[in-house]
Write a protein that binds this ligand. Structure first.
Ligand code: ADP
Ligand code: ADP
Ligand code: ZN
Length: 213
């Protein structure tokens, strides 16, 4: 099973991909998490990506494509995966298709999660992330049991440096310009399903599971 979650920043991709991967027994692959891990490890990719990410711009395609191709070839990914945050451009989508084809595989479902811009801004402004397992929380919508501490792993929670107003509005704009064209791209291929992302986390989870069933 190979699933893509499409949607603007704050749509709930990370939250839903995590629970979806657990329900379906597949791997969750987040391009943003991989990039942040490269930064923590101080790799060349991490250092190059940093300034793009801080500004809310996309990291160049060739860097992202190489990173994802490497990730999907690892043994644990052979059971299938849910991609969160990749692809974000038509060029990335075409590279993914080719990489899958080389392995005799294909994308099974692309789910487009829609949420209004006002709601995205509220979500990103209150988002906290676990430093250890990357689980997203929200100070109002999805608070941890103990403030500042991850329910799942006890890791400490932090706010991303790109979840500040200026970078958030840039990311929403970049989504509309560079990533939204993928909606049409996948609709034409016939494997796109739309899901309303504005309900509760549980309601969206149910809709997503039926969308990929
Ligand atoms: P994305 O990966 O698409 O950027 P996240 O999963 O990180 O989105 O969610 C963004 C923020 O919104 C997080 O703080 C998360 O806790 C919160 N959130 C996610 N889904 C919902 C929902 N259905 N309703 C309210 N808040 C949500
Ligand atoms: P969000 O929660 O806003 O959806 P992500 O964690 O997916 O954010 O991405 C954070 C940043 O990492 C993006 O703003 C961008 O700079 C970079 N990034 C992540 N995935 C990609 C990608 N597929 N292509 C280019 N840049 C990416
Ligand atoms: Zn955690």
């Amino acid at each position: 099973m190979h699933i893509i979650l499409l949607g603007p920043p704050g749509a709930g991709k990370g939250t839903q991909a995590k629970s979806m991967s657990e329900s379906l027994g597949i791997v969750h692959i987040s391009s943003g998490d991989l990039l942040r891990d490269h930064q923590v490890r101080g790799t060349e990719l991490g250092n190059t990506a940093r300034s793009y990410m801080q500004q809310g711009l996309l990291v160049p395609d060739e860097l992202i494509i190489g990173m994802i191709e490497e990730r999907i070839r690892l043994p644990d990914a052979q059971v299938g995966y849910v991609l969160d945050g990749f692809p974000r451009t038509v060029e990335q989508a075409q590279a993914l298709e080719k990489a899958l084809e080389d392995q005799g595989e294909a994308i099974d479902r692309v789910v487009n999660i829609s949420v209004s811009e006002e709601e995205l801004v509220l979500r990103l402004g209150g988002r906290w992330i676990c430093r250890q397992c990357q689980r997203p929380y929200h100070e109002v919508n999805s608070a941890p049991r103990k403030q500042g501490v991850c329910d799942d792993c006890g890791g400490d929670l932090y706010q991303r440096e790109d979840d500040v107003p200026e970078a958030v509005s840039r990311r929403i704009k970049v989504f509309a310009e560079q990533t939204a064209p993928l909606i049409r791209y996948y609709r034409e291929k016939g494997n796109l399903v739309g899901v309303d992302g504005e309900g509760s986390i549980e309601a969206v989870r149910e809709s997503l599971l039926s969308a990929v069933a």
